[in-house]
Design a protein. Structure first.
Length: 423
C-alpha cells in the first residue's frame, strides 16, 4: 500500500463516487498511520432502495466525507439521501479531470476519493433544501418564459410568411388589440383579407391612432391554412401564460421565508422583485457559505480570470460560473445603467470611457452581486451613494495625493511637517 504523509491527509475515511444514470461506483479509502489500509469498491443501482443500502454501508464504515462529481441531475437523489448523515462534497468535473487514457468509472471514483482525501479540491456551493426547491421553481419559470418567447416568435414568423406585418406596427402581438385582430383573422380569414380596415378597427385606445398603418399591415395572403396554424400557436401561448400564472403563485408561497431578503434586494436600482427572487434562489440567505464577496463573485463567474505563463498575463476572461445568476444580474445591470441620478448609472458611464459597454455591464453585475451579499448579511436596505460620489471621491483622493507629495518634498528638504486634521 502507498505511504502518504500525514500532513497531506485532510480526511481519513473518504468515499468517492462516479455517478451515471443507471448506477453509481463507490470507492472507499481508509487511511491509518499514513497508509491506505483498505480500498473498497462497490457498485450500487441509482434506485432509492439501493441508495439507502449505500447509505447504510457508508455508515458501517464510519465515513467522514462523501465526494461526488456533478453529473447532470443524477447527483441530486444521491446527495438528498446522504446529506443528512454525512459531510457531502459536490465537485466540479473540471476540478477532478483525470489525465487522458486508461479511464474507467471505477478509476474515476478512486481518483475523486483520493483528491478529496488530500484536500486538493474545493466543493461546489449546494444550498439548503428550501433554497434548492425555490431555485427549481425559478429556473423552471425562466425556461417557460423562454418557451413562450419562442412560441411568440413562431407566430410572428407565420404572419410574416402570409404577408401580415402586424409585428412591425404593434410592440406586442399578444396584447389585447393584436389578439383581438388575430382572433378575427382566424375566425374569418377570407373576410379579414377582403376588408382589413374592419380588422384594424378592433384596435383599442392608443392603437386607434395607427389605423391607417394597421390597415396596410393587415393586408396580405392569410389563408385557412395560416388560420389553423395560428390558432394552434395561440393556444400554446395561452397555455404557457396559464402555466406562468400558476408558477408565480407557487413561487410567491415558497419565497415567504425569504421575503425580508427579497425586500432588501428590491431597493437596489435595476433589481425588480422578480429578479430579487431569482438572486435569492441562487445564492440563498446564508452568506457565511461564501468566505467573502470575492469568492461569491468568482462562483458566479463575474471575476476576471488569472492566467499567467512565463511571466506573461494571458486571457483574463471570466469563467462560466452560475449561468442563471449571471444572466439575471446582467439584466439588472442593464436596467441600472438606464436609471437616472444613481451611483450605478454614473459608475457604468465612467467604466464605458475605458472599456467596452459589455465589459462595463459585467463590472456593474459584480457590483450588484456584492451589494446583494452586503444587504443580506447586514439585513438592511440599499442606500444610494448618488451620481456625484465618484467625482467627490476622486477629488478627495487627489487632495490627499497632493498633500502627500508636498509633505514628501518638504521632509526631503529638511522640514518637519505637522498635519492639522482640524484645519
Amino acid at each position: 500500500m502507498p505511504v502518504i504523509d500525514d500532513d497531506e491527509i485532510a480526511y481519513g475515511r473518504v468515499a468517492g463516487m462516479d455517478i451515471s444514470k443507471r448506477d453509481v461506483k463507490v470507492a472507499v479509502r481508509l487511511i491509518e498511520n499514513g497508509r491506505v489500509k483498505r480500498l473498497k469498491v462497490r457498485t450500487f443501482a441509482t434506485t432509492t432502495p439501493s441508495l439507502l443500502r449505500l447509505r447504510d454501508w457508508l455508515t458501517e464504515l464510519d465515513i467522514e466525507l462523501v465526494a461526488m462529481e456533478s453529473t447532470g441531475v443524477y447527483w441530486k437523489p444521491l446527495f438528498l439521501v446522504l446529506e443528512d448523515q454525512f459531510r457531502c462534497w459536490l465537485l466540479n468535473p473540471r476540478d477532478v479531470k483525470r489525465v487522458p487514457g486508461n479511464k474507467t468509472d471505477v478509476k474515476d471514483a478512486e481518483w475523486i476519493a483520493r483528491m478529496a482525501q488530500l484536500g486538493l479540491v474545493t466543493p461546489s456551493f449546494v444550498p439548503d433544501i428550501p433554497v434548492r426547491e425555490l431555485r427549481e421553481l425559478t429556473r423552471y419559470r425562466s425556461n417557460v418564459v423562454r418557451d413562450r418567447t419562442r412560441a411568440v416568435q413562431r407566430l410572428q414568423d407565420l404572419l410574416e410568411s402570409a404577408g401580415i406585418k402586424l409585428s412591425s406596427t404593434v410592440s406586442d402581438i399578444t396584447g389585447k388589440s393584436a389578439t383581438a385582430m388575430l382572433h378575427a383573422m382566424i375566425n374569418d380569414p377570407a373576410g379579414a383579407m377582403s376588408d382589413p380596415r374592419q380588422v384594424a378597427d378592433l384596435a383599442l385606445v392608443r392603437m386607434r391612432s395607427k389605423l391607417p398603418e394597421l390597415t396596410e399591415a393587415l393586408t396580405g395572403h392569410f389563408t385557412d391554412h395560416h388560420a389553423r396554424l395560428a390558432a394552434t400557436m395561440m393556444r400554446q401561448i395561452n397555455d404557457l401564460d396559464t402555466l406562468l400564472t400558476d408558477l408565480d403563485q407557487q413561487i410567491d408561497q415558497e419565497i415567504a421565508p425569504f421575503a425580508r431578503a427579497v425586500d432588501h434586494l428590491e431597493t437596489i436600482p435595476g433589481v425588480s422583485r422578480r429578479a430579487a427572487m431569482i438572486i435569492v434562489s441562487e445564492i440563498g440567505i446564508d452568506m457565511s457559505r461564501f468566505t467573502g464577496t470575492d469568492r461569491l463573485a468568482s462562483w458566479a463567474g463575474l471575476s476576471p480570470g488569472n492566467n499567467e505563463s512565463a511571466g506573461r498575463h494571458l486571457s483574463t476572461r471570466t469563467r462560466k460560473g452560475n449561468r442563471s445568476l449571471r444572466a439575471v444580474l446582467f439584466q439588472c445591470a442593464k436596467a441600472a445603467a438606464r436609471t437616472h441620478s444613481t451611483y450605478l448609472a454614473a459608475k457604468y458611464a465612467d467604466l464605458c470611457t475605458r472599456m467596452k459597454p459589455t465589459k462595463a455591464l459585467v463590472a456593474i453585475s459584480r457590483i450588484i452581486l456584492e451589494t446583494c451579499h452586503h444587504l443580506i448579511r447586514k439585513d438592511t436596505d440599499y442606500h444610494d451613494l448618488g451620481p456625484t460620489y465618484l467625482n467627490e471621491y476622486r477629488r478627495r483622493d487627489l487632495d490627499k495625493n497632493r498633500i502627500r507629495r508636498a509633505r514628501t518634498i518638504l521632509e526631503t528638504n529638511g522640514y518637519t511637517v505637522t498635519h492639522n486634521d482640524a484645519a
